[in-house]
Design a protein around this ligand. Structure first.
Ligand code: HEM
Length: 354
């Protein structure tokens, strides 16, 4: 949901390019029973509606703590905040008797061969993706949502993301220096690739560290062959402009765009693989320095699809062993079902599930 139109059958904020700042967070639900879980969803709905629309926080008596942290000033600016809420498969274990309502394709995130997963950074009962132009807007929203739902859910992991300005134009760049987000499905195919029949979508979050020091020692041509695109303008190696279509048919053995390149493995662009396309929404992260004095930065890779196995997992399996795997290391993330949108004042997130 985002400021202008909180209500809708789908959480359509996934269709917009991520603004400059975001937080992706996963929570464990600690609600006692189904009634408390419903209360949690109602509270999340009310707070998300307020935070996206903005306005004056509720007045409280002089002895109570203020209703709002005040971080954004006395009134919450109506703005550009968008909120996305997802549910993990663990929410549908028998704790709340929700097993029969589990979205058909939802399951725990698979561990892939090149992964180095840290359990503290994986999975969760709920996912929350907050995005806005300013970092204080998303942090304010997270704090508000966590505070209003204390007793119902607890933070499990959280990562801050940012995007670059278009430099000089087109998709923003990831921290390997390449434009990221160029080739994404578009309407009309987009709809059937992304949304389930009830207006939800499967969300994959993959926290992928980049080994920046190591990458920076690689020649430009080798970097470009690993990706399959030029670093300066994002054009495929057989083209001139960012949005030129790669012509794999004219290069069957991969003389110009190697068969092992990331883009060619990820999307071979054949009629047989067209249904495997995903909507990608990646942002950069920076977590500081690791114990060895190396930069701890990378990509919060997020994608949306109608079917986890047919789409994300098929693409991920094709990427196994690609040359880029030497320079990146997935350490966390999860699979979530992005819930259908809130359709009106009487509706709340998760209503169809409860
Ligand atoms: C395209 C980088 C992880 C799937 C690209 C592009 C870059 C890139 C630079 C080309 C520009 C674009 O079209 O956006 C990376 C990096 C990753 C990463 C640095 C890890 C740190 C992944 C993962 C997947 C994935 C985990 C899915 C399993 C794709 C797809 C495309 C793409 C489907 C578009 C291919 C096309 O349609 O031509 N990626 N990527 N990427 N990537 Fe990744």
């Amino acid at each position: 949901a985002s400021g202008a139109s909180f209500y809708g059958r789908r959480q359509t904020a996934i269709l917009s390019d991520p603004p400059r700042h975001s937080i992706v967070a996963a929570f464990d639900v600690v609600a006692e029973d189904r009634a408390e879980l419903t209360g949690l969803y109602r509270e999340l709905t009310d707070r998300a509606r307020f935070l996206t629309r903005g306005g004056a926080p509720a007045a409280v008596g002089i002895t109570g703590p203020p209703a709002d942290s005040g971080v954004l000033g006395p009134e919450v600016p109506p703005g550009d905040l968008s909120v996305l809420l997802g549910a993990g498969s663990s929410l549908f274990d028998d704790r709340y008797g929700l097993a029969p309502r589990k979205p058909a394709k939802l399951k725990p995130m698979t561990m892939f061969p090149d992964d180095a997963l840290d359990p503290a950074w994986c999975h969760g009962d709920l996912s929350l993706t907050l995005s806005a132009e300013e970092p204080d807007t998303v942090l304010h929203a997270l704090r508000d949502l966590a505070r209003a739902t204390r007793g119902g859910m607890q933070l499990r992991w959280k990562i801050d993301g940012f995007t670059s300005l278009p430099r000089p134009s087109g998709a923003p760049r990831n921290l390997l220096g390449f434009k990221d987000g160029t080739a994404n499905p578009e309407p009309p195919e987009l709809d059937s690739l992304v949304w389930t029949d009830d207006g939800g979508s499967y969300q994959v979050v993959r926290l992928i560290r980049m080994l920046a020091e190591f990458w920076d020692r690689v020649s430009l041509s080798e970097q470009e062959n690993m990706i399959g695109r030029r670093r300066d303008n994002g054009a495929p190696l057989d083209g001139d402009q960012e949005h030129d279509e790669p012509r794999y048919g004219q290069d069957p053995v991969g003389t110009v765009i190697p068969l092992t390149s990331h883009i060619r493995r990820a999307n071979p662009r054949t009629p047989q693989t067209d249904g495997e396309r995903i909507l990608r929404r990646a942002v950069n992260y920076d977590r500081g320095v690791d114990a060895n004095g190396n930069l701890d930065l990378g990509l919060v890779f997020t994608c949306y699809q109608r079917d986890l196995e047919r789409q994300f997992e098929t693409v991920q399996k094709r990427l196994a062993g690609e040359p880029l795997t030497d320079y990146v290391s997935p350490f966390g993330g999860g699979y979530f079902y992005l819930l259908p949108g809130v359709t009106g004042p009487a509706d709340h997130y998760g209503r169809a599930l409860l």
